[in-house]
Design a protein around this ligand. Structure first.
Ligand code: PMP
Length: 326
């Protein structure tokens, strides 16, 4: 018999899939690291499990404890899954910009969900960062995960995602392109790949309204770069410790409209039903095309599944309301 002992054992070892129609104008091979094959339908299952297991090993997370996290949904899903299997209580603190589907999914997995306003500064007591921190001081035997600064986030990708991509491409990968939120994916995968071959280029995909690109180029944290945006999962108004700017060669910014349109195009032209940051990532690859030549092997990572966006990017009324389609 061939079976996993529980759902957590099925995390990782996701496929690498060639992109065809959407990248036909590019001279090189473009492969997608297809993270929706994880049991929680996103890449974040990997880091959620790593963070929980490292917290257990260090003794900060004790039996019967409560896991608290400020999460846009996918990390919450991964943590909720680990909490169910390992017997912890889970509280997710989420911003009101996130899709209703994501909130309902967390509740379905047994999590308590607190919804906070998006457009307040991180240090504002109403923000989801502040609320998560406050709950962790009020609730006994609780642990605030803090995926932004928790080193186990990057470590998960250094130990699993990076080695998988290296092995699946037979060491032929030349470029890695990925959306950046907490920075765990780009930093862990990027570090591993550059240790194997320092010539591999690592590109981050950022949003308009986020600080990463300007900070990487100038070293200046420019508050004028911060404004509300629609793209989900990537871009930040803070500098998470998990973003290792030294291993990143550059950032490209994708507009909300392009991210939404390319999310839809992935479904209709490649049969890939994916989340909004996948649309941003593939548009980022197209924007970077001047950097690619014939023999290059570009790997782009797709973070999550389309089901969480049916009321948004996949809904024509929503797209019209945002002015993204006629
Ligand atoms: N896309 C989606 C849908 C996400 O949930 C996240 C995590 N915030 C990212 C991209 C960015 O990944 P990371 O946090 O590892 O930078």
């Amino acid at each position: 018999m061939d079976y996993a002992n529980n759902i957590l054992e099925t995390i990782g070892n996701t496929p690498l899939v060639k992109l065809n129609t959407l990248v036909s104008e590019l001279p090189c091979l473009v492969l997608a690291k297809y993270e929706t094959f994880n049991p929680g339908n996103s890449v974040k299952d990997r880091m959620a499990l790593q963070m929980v297991e490292d917290a257990e090993a260090s003794g900060i997370l004790k039996p019967g404890g409560t896991i608290i996290e400020g999460t846009s949904g996918n990390t919450g899903m991964g943590l909720a899954m680990a909490a169910v299997i390992k017997g912890y209580k889970m509280i997710c603190v989420i911003s009101d910009k996130q899709s209703k589907e994501k909130i309902d999914i967390l509740k379905a997995m047994g999590s308590e969900v607190h919804v906070c306003p998006t457009d307040v500064a991180p240090e504002d007591p109403r923000s989801y960062y502040s609320t998560a921190k406050r709950l962790s001081t009020e609730i006994p035997n609780s642990w605030y995960v803090n995926q932004y600064d928790n080193p186990s986030n990057t470590k998960a990708h250094y130990l699993t995602t990076g080695p998988e991509i290296w092995k699946q491409t037979n060491g032929k990968i030349t470029h890695f392109v990925v959306g950046v939120g907490t920075g765990g994916t780009i930093s862990g995968v990027g570090k591993y790949l550059k240790e194997q071959n320092p010539d591999i280029k690592v590109w981050g995909v950022d949003t308009y309204g986020s600080v990463f690109k300007k900070y990487h180029e100038t070293g200046i944290f420019d508050e004028n770069e911060i404004y509300p945006y629609i793209t989900e999962g990537i871009g930040e108004d803070i500098l998470p410790k998990n973003v290792d700017f030294d291993i990143i060669d550059g950032f490209t910014k994708v507009t909300d409209k392009d991210a939404a349109i390319y999310t839809r195009r992935l479904a209709r032209e490649e049969g890939m039903f994916l989340g909004n940051s996948a649309g941003a990532a593939i548009k980022g690859v197209l924007q970077l095309q001047e950097h690619f030549t014939k023999d290059d092997v570009v790997v782009v990572l797709f973070h999550d599944h389309g089901s969480r966006y049916v009321g948004k990017m996949f809904n024509d009324d929503w797209m019209r309301e945002k002015g993204f389609i006629e």
